[in-house]
Design a protein around this ligand. Structure first.
Ligand SMILES: [Zn+2]
Length: 481
């Protein structure tokens, strides 16, 4: 069989791996949005099969099956494009992944819809931009009906169930922390009477993360495809996230009564913070500071976390049983409408505002940062990665002035960072994941989902502990397994 790396190849986003079996059966593991390529805005798609009207490098009508590790868009975000371009098969994932995908993919479709409407204008037959350019700009876009159509293809499978895809092809999802529903994938495939095992890490989670179970152990395989986001780094902040958050709130909202703005991704991080706050208030008697959760998507995904509370760690399950809720506490105010969000600038009491996007690149948080950046009594707490070109990146790099359209605002607010809520395992966790394989037995380890310097460093680390066959595949590179 052959494995081709079509994404997350020497880059962090765009996870897409194509496995072609000897009998021609084609399995795609993940089909994620590639934010590096999408940044081209459709002007320069590297396409191999359909000219400028597609950004997919293969013909979706030839794919037989999609397996999805988890809901994050860099793993799932191109599934509606597959459907749009004729894919007729199923998408296999865990039940929570399906529910979170419904939210994330529909949210993407709405963003695409806005862009589409601005390109087309009011007359569909006479779009504002020339038809050929429109087709090229639309190449990476999908609309609501494509997403609805993709939902009909999802089939959910529980963790640890050995699922027979067809004769001689079995799939098992293994719990990996990182995000509700996230899984490592184990494929067992028989070819010419020989069984081969292939493992895909998806994204590897952390131990002792709020809400989520620790990653389960992963069996021995012949080939391992392993993420390497933190292949060259250790987390700086360790310990109990509740202790960390308590200290920050004490300093920023109590000792110096001010506002704490936390830019957070709507799915995963926001729930981790809300749950940690809930515990702080419920178990430690910490004087409640008002909390505003301002993101419609966060509110919906919070409901998904409660629906699947049995998938969470023991502590969270116990908390749910005692309190009948994970995220409901008296000082929490959920904000749904844009009007209410705007009115927050008139709230002068100390408070915590949790809003997306996590990198401060669009989303309601941009307004909150704009309203508070000049306030020396405000703190902005960055809790995740921020890509180049985002406001989050500028703040992390120590910008003294922020530009909002024509407005230049001096940065007077206190800018802090912590990686205690990062959903990715660090170098120790990645090494621990790989070390479940015996160096003399695993035939090859492929590193994916990391920038090249992280991969090269991780490759060297693995070689030092005995793994000699470690590859860092380039995009489009194909290997015989
Ligand atoms: Zn992820």
């Amino acid at each position: 069989m052959q494995l081709t790396f079509w994404g997350a190849a020497r880059q962090v986003t765009g996870s897409t791996y194509l496995l072609e079996l000897a009998d021609g059966f084609k399995i795609l593991v993940d089909c994620g949005a590639d934010f590096t390529r999408d940044a081209y805005n459709g002007k320069n798609p590297t396409t191999l099969y359909r000219g400028n009207s597609s950004i997919l490098p293969f013909d979706p009508t030839e794919i037989n099956l999609v397996i999805l590790t988890h809901a994050h868009l860099d793993h799932s975000g191109h599934i509606p494009l597959l459907i749009r371009e004729g894919y007729e098969g199923q998408v296999l994932c865990t039940p929570p992944t399906f529910d979170l995908c419904k939210l994330l993919l529909m949210d993407s479709a709405r963003l695409h819809r806005r862009k589409y409407n601005s390109l087309v204008g009011t007359h569909k037959k006479q779009p504002k931009v020339p038809r050929e350019l429109l087709n090229s700009l639309m190449a990476g876009m999908f609309l609501e009906h494509h997403v609805e159509e993709s939902f009909e293809r999802f089939v959910t499978i529980q963790y640890n169930q050995r699922f027979k895809i067809k004769k001689g092809v079995h799939l098992t999802f293994i719990q990996t922390g990182h995000l509700l529903g996230a899984a490592n994938v184990l494929l067992e495939i028989e070819e010419d009477g020989v069984w081969k095992k292939i493992g895909f890490s998806g994204d590897i989670g952390r131990y002792n993360y709020p809400l989520l179970q620790d990653p389960d152990s992963f069996p021995e395989v012949d080939y391992l495809i392993c993420e390497s986001t933190y292949g060259a780094r250790y987390h700086e902040d360790e310990g109990d996230p509740a202790d960390h958050l308590e200290k920050v709130i004490q300093e920023t909202c109590v000792d110096r009564p001010g506002r704490l703005v936390i830019p957070a991704f709507s799915i995963g991080r926001t729930q981790a913070i809300l749950y940690t706050l809930n515990r702080l208030y419920a178990e430690r008697g910490f004087a409640p500071v008002k909390v505003f959760a301002d993101s419609p998507l966060a509110v919906q995904s919070t409901r998904v976390y409660e629906k699947y509370h049995r998938y969470l760690n023991k502590e969270a399950q116990g908390f749910y049983e005692d309190n009948e809720a994970l995220f409901d506490f008296e000082s929490l105010h959920i904000i749904e409408s844009a009007k209410e969000s705007n009115e927050l600038k008139n709230h002068f009491e100390p408070c915590i505002i949790i809003s997306s996007s996590g990198m401060i690149s669009g989303g309601r948080v941009e307004q909150h940062v704009k309203n508070n950046i000049g306030n020396p009594y405000a703190t902005i707490l960055m809790i995740g990665y921020a890509a180049d070109g985002t406001i989050g990146r500028e703040l992390l790099d120590g910008a003294k002035i922020l530009k909002f359209n024509n407005l230049e605002l001096p940065v007077a607010a206190d800018i802090r960072r912590t990686d205690i809520f990062s959903g990715h395992g660090d170098l120790d966790d990645l090494v621990q994941f790989v070390q479940q394989q015996k160096p003399q037995k695993v035939k090859k380890v492929f590193l994916v989902h990391g920038d090249l310097p992280s991969m090269v460093s991780f490759q060297a680390t693995l070689q030092m502990i005995g793994y000699q066959n470690v590859e860092t595949p380039a995009k489009g590179e194909m290997f015989e397994l």
